[in-house]
Design a protein around this ligand. Structure first.
Ligand SMILES: [Zn+2]
Length: 459
């Protein structure tokens, strides 16, 4: 029996049903699950691991709803710095096609380390390009080593340029091989149990790089095994033009016709949607991964997040791939979500804004915790309460960034410049200690990663 005790935190944000924020508080966990949350006096006095958190705030671990970890190899890629989605993709496909297992391993460790240092404890990754012997196994092993709770995708692309798709032919795979490997990966890694550290998601890339058959068959395979489905949708107006010209329908209609607007699906972006489509998402129970940094970086548009929330659609926050952000900082992304929703409010033409139209700091935190858990289909993470996983992070309230804001420390962590996590704990295991990754020596990984990235950029 492994026990973990947190005590004397200045503030502990529970995100429980009453959204309690406790002062002078902590929690007690056994074998990775929370037994008690409360004031320090109410908790046991001893444990195997004890964190004294005076001067710190404790928050539920953030949940990242969309990422492409391998893109940490092409951050600030020269040919893709000032381009919209399709040109940005086209500029990078050749480099991504050369990523091998070693490059994917360093990229995964770098991206996950950055996420952990920003308070993320559960991460979904959407990899869809497997060449040069690379496979999902590489990322699952890296995630286990560093200690994050990981939802790996078996993503895919099957429609290359010669068949009317956007990616070059050498970047796509044979559909039968994709489905075979998808089944292998589910059998090998998907853990449906509460507290699971590894789950698998099937994630064909986008309407302009996979076929209707692959979408249908991926959905059937996922549903036969009880795993979730994910893809990019309605990200840009270029994509909308593509589906209209090629399939005669809007992106959401296209996916709906293939059985993909459903309760076991969440879409990345979903920027360009009508009010009727928002209603359809709400009725079907499908979710959205909101990626504000990427949407701004690629000039994709502003997702109607407050409308989604008002309609009851599950919304999580995703940093998106590191080549379109170019950070994997989820606390920063929660802040961007709040700010971008406010910009959208300012650009609205119709009527006066009402108080509830403003996205609050606490709403942004809720999207990045409970919202992410909901889109990933998890009820065991996202809040700190008995029975849930002991996943949390802490921030040092003495940091210069929060000076003058401590009348509301919870709002401060979103309004003020994001700081690095002091501690990040996943399933009761300390993975970030005193602001450093405690599980993997990152210096040699970063050195190797930079060498591999330079080789990719050279071509
Ligand atoms: Zn993406």
């Amino acid at each position: 029996m492994a026990t973990c005790l947190v005590r004397d935190a200045d503030v502990l944000v529970t995100m429980d049903g009453a959204r309690r924020e406790l002062r002078g508080a902590g929690l007690y966990a056994v074998d990775g699950f929370i037994r008690q949350v409360g004031t320090t006096a109410e908790l046991p006095a001893r444990a195997d691991v004890v964190l004294d958190l005076r001067g710190q705030i404790v928050l539920p671990g953030l949940v990242n709803a969309h990422h492409h970890l391998n893109q940490t190899l092409t951050r600030a890629f020269p040919a893709a710095q000032d381009a919209g989605l399709f040109d940005w993709l086209t500029a990078q496909y050749p480099a991504w096609t050369r990523i091998d297992a070693e490059a994917s391993r360093t990229a995964t460790l770098v991206g996950l380390a950055e996420l952990l240092l920003s308070g993320c404890t559960t991460a979904f990754d959407h990899t869809y390009l497997y060449k040069n012997g690379n496979a999902v196994d590489v990322q699952v092993e890296a995630a286990r080593e560093i200690g994050v709770r990981f939802h790996a995708s078996r993503g895919s692309m099957s429609v290359g340029r010669s068949k009317g798709g956007l990616p070059p032919d050498e970047a796509v795979e044979d559909e039968a091989a994709i489905l075979r490997d998808s089944e292998r990966v589910i059998d090998r890694y998907h853990d449906p149990r509460p507290g699971a550290m590894t789950r698998v998601v099937l994630a064909p890339c986008a309407p302009f790089s996979v076929s209707a058959d692959l979408l249908r068959e991926s959905a059937a395979l996922a549903r036969a095994h009880g795993v979730r489905l994910h893809t990019h949708l309605a990200e840009t107006l270029d994509e909308e033009r593509y589906t209209r010209e090629r399939f005669g329908v809007r992106p959401v209609e296209w996916m709906d016709g293939l059985g993909w607007v459903a309760g076991d699906v969440w879409f990345a972006h979903a920027v360009h949607v009508s009010d009727a489509e928002i209603g359809l998402f709400a009725r079907a129970g499908c979710g959205v991964a909101h990626c504000p940094g990427s949407n701004m970086r690629l000039a994709s548009g502003i997702a109607p997040v407050k409308k989604y929330m008002g309609a009851g659609v599950a919304v999580g926050v995703g940093v998106d791939g590191s080549a379109s952000n170019d950070a994997s900082n989820l606390l920063l992304e929660a802040r961007q979500a709040m700010l971008l929703a406010r910009l959208e409010l300012g650009l609205r033409r119709e009527g006066e804004a009402r108080p509830g139209d403003w996205m609050s700091a606490r709403e942004a935190l809720e999207l990045a915790t409970l919202g992410g858990a909901r889109v990933l289909g998890r009820d065991d993470v996202g809040s700190l309460e008995p029975g849930k996983c002991a996943d949390f992070f802490t921030l040092d309230l003495g940091a210069i960034d929060y000076a003058g804001a401590l009348h509301d420390p919870v709002a401060a962590v979103v309004f003020c410049a994001p700081t690095r996590a002091r501690f990040t704990v996943v399933h009761g295991r300390v993975v970030v200690a005193d602001g450093r990754v405690a599980t993997v020596d990152m210096a040699p990984v970063i050195e190797r990663h930079n060498r591999l990235a330079a080789a990719l950029a050279k071509g």
